[in-house]
Design a protein around this ligand. Structure first.
Ligand code: CA
Length: 516
């Protein structure tokens, strides 16, 4: 840490970081996998607006979260520490985020930044550290793709229209009307998209092509995905756990009559053909996959267009040169790989997130970095850029030295810990360690281990744990895992226990949705 701090201080002197504090815009999405971003090499979609940030700044290829579920990841973005320290270890039964603790927006605000937050928050307590904020309030703060309500210090506001665009509009109105020119600002723009239930904008629905097909992932029907206790029990399979709302056989009740009409025109003919076809087995899975992936991608396209509007407005206001713009998401997401949707697992598809950082004059345009970075690093990074030192230590480290190619002592392994079991999608509790080549996972309540060689098996299909020839690497990784747990002071006694109503609540929810 000390060495990194010294290097950063030297860089600050030589590059003028200390002289002017940059504005900071964090664009944060929900469940956006790198596999659905063209600058990350996606063959599924074009994301020209997000790609502008890759072209204008640095693309991190190995950015991961430490707990791949929404609330915990959001709390880590704010605090720079893993779940067991910020205390928001699970989504559904963990209570509200404790907003009295140290967060980077609070520190920036105290250092003279004007701070604002708009969009999905999903931490239940009111945001702290923001001069202005409005957060999605309806459906347990998950929000709806259309006509969401927003909570702010002024009360609850019901909006009408596409929520992605409403979030961008709120941010743009703030930039135009509320920003004080003499202060640097932090603006967080947090989208609901592309979280379930993947409903496109009116424009994307009008461009819907029922006959178009998206390439299937190689592992859509992987037999490996059903092997082992942990994998076989999960409930995120496209074949068995998608709902009629997910695949657009049901009209969301939150739409207006005019929006319902567009929905019916978009999906109605395909739905009729589907009902007539009486698909079974793999054909039914394929149909669900197409409905799912096309709706997911369309909701990304709508978000990308909305991000483009924001970037254009920042350009037009002459702010781009003085502003860090960061794009990331709260987890990755399964887009049909292993036959799954959702996240939670320590597997790369679930834990890898997009991380793009543009800072003109400081970060070389179009640069790429492969270091192992994590969401614990974002708060330290933004504080570093603003020349603010946190009061309490954070787990993460500033990635600014990485952007300058001078972080020789960067970490070689990252820690992961998922707690939300019992819970939706039935993924067991697990922790593990990942290096550039290897991953060791321990499902500690069912006594199961997995070991993957990410070089030979990047899709993490076949666990090598217990296989002859892997004893030495397993021992090394066990030691690394123990070292990581010591480094972050993971306390087994602090495991959150689910309240009694969790299991029946999850069961009831599954029954309610299981109609397809
Ligand atoms: Ca999420």
């Amino acid at each position: 840490m000390l060495r990194t701090a010294l290097i950063t201080a030297l860089l600050a002197l030589t590059s003028g970081w200390a002289a002017a504090r940059p504005n900071i815009i964090v664009i944060f999405s929900d469940d956006h996998a790198t596999t659905a971003i063209s600058s990350y090499g996606s063959n599924l979609i074009n994301t020209p607006a997000i790609d502008r940030l890759a072209q204008g700044g640095m693309r991190f290829n190995n950015a991961f979260v430490g707990n791949a579920v929404c609330g915990p990841s959001r709390a880590t973005l704010l605090t720079g520490v893993h779940s067991h320290v910020h205390g928001h270890m699970v989504n559904e039964w963990g209570g509200a985020f404790n907003g009295t603790q140290q967060t980077f927006p609070k520190l920036l605000q105290a250092a003279g930044y004007q701070t604002a937050l708009f969009g999905k928050w999903h931490l239940y307590s009111d945001p702290t550290g923001f001069d202005d904020w409005a957060v999605i309030d309806n459906v347990g703060e998950q929000g709806t793709y259309y006509n969401a309500s927003f909570r702010s210090p002024n009360g609850v506001e019901q909006t009408e229209g596409y929520t992605t665009d409403e979030i961008t509009d709120k941010a743009l109105r703030w930039l135009t009307n509320k920003r004080e020119g003499d202060k640097p600002f932090l603006l967080m723009v947090q989208h609901k998209a592309p979280h379930r239930d993947w409903l496109p904008s009116i424009e994307e629905m009008q461009n819907w092509d029922e006959a178009a097909t998206v390439a299937e992932p190689a592992t859509l029907f992987s037999a490996h995905a059903k092997k082992g206790t942990a994998r076989s029990q999960n409930k995120m399979r496209i074949d068995d756990h998608m709902t009629r709302l997910d695949v657009k056989l049901s009209v969301p009740s939150y739409l207006t009559e005019a929006q319902k009409k567009v929905f019916e025109e978009t999906y109605g003919p395909g739905n009729q053909a589907f009902e007539n076809a009486q698909l079974k087995g793999d054909d039914l899975t394929r149909w669900k996959y197409q409905r799912y992936i096309k709706s997911y991608l369309a909701s990304v396209e709508g978000m990308d267009r909305s991000i483009g509007r924001l970037l254009d407005a920042v350009d037009a206001a002459g702010l781009t040169d003085d502003t860090i713009i960061l794009y990331t998401s709260d987890q990755g997401f399964y887009l049909g790989e292993n036959g799954w949707f959702d996240k939670r697992w320590m597997y790369d598809i679930s834990t890898r997130v997009p991380l793009l950082m543009q800072w003109p004059g400081h970060i070389k345009p179009g640069s790429i970095n492969d270091a192992l970075v994590q969401n614990i690093d974002l708060a330290p990074t933004l504080l570093d850029a603003a020349n603010v030192t946190p009061d309490q230590p954070m787990h993460g480290q500033s990635i600014l030295p990485l952007t300058q190619g001078v972080a020789a002592d960067w970490r070689q392994a990252i820690y992961y810990h998922y707690y939300e079991h019992p819970g939706f999608h039935n993924v067991p509790r697990h922790y593990g360690v990942r290096t550039d080549r290897w991953k060791l996972i321990h499902y500690y309540r069912i006594g199961e281990w997995e070991l993957f060689d990410l070089q030979a098996d990047p899709n993490e299909q076949i666990s090598l744990h217990g296989q002859p020839g892997y004893e030495q690497i397993t021992r090394q990784l066990e030691q690394e895992l123990a070292a990581q747990r010591t480094l972050y002071m993971v306390d087994p006694a602090a495991e959150p226990e689910a309240p009694w109503y969790t299991a029946p609540m999850v069961w009831a929810f599954e029954q309610l949705l299981k109609v397809l």
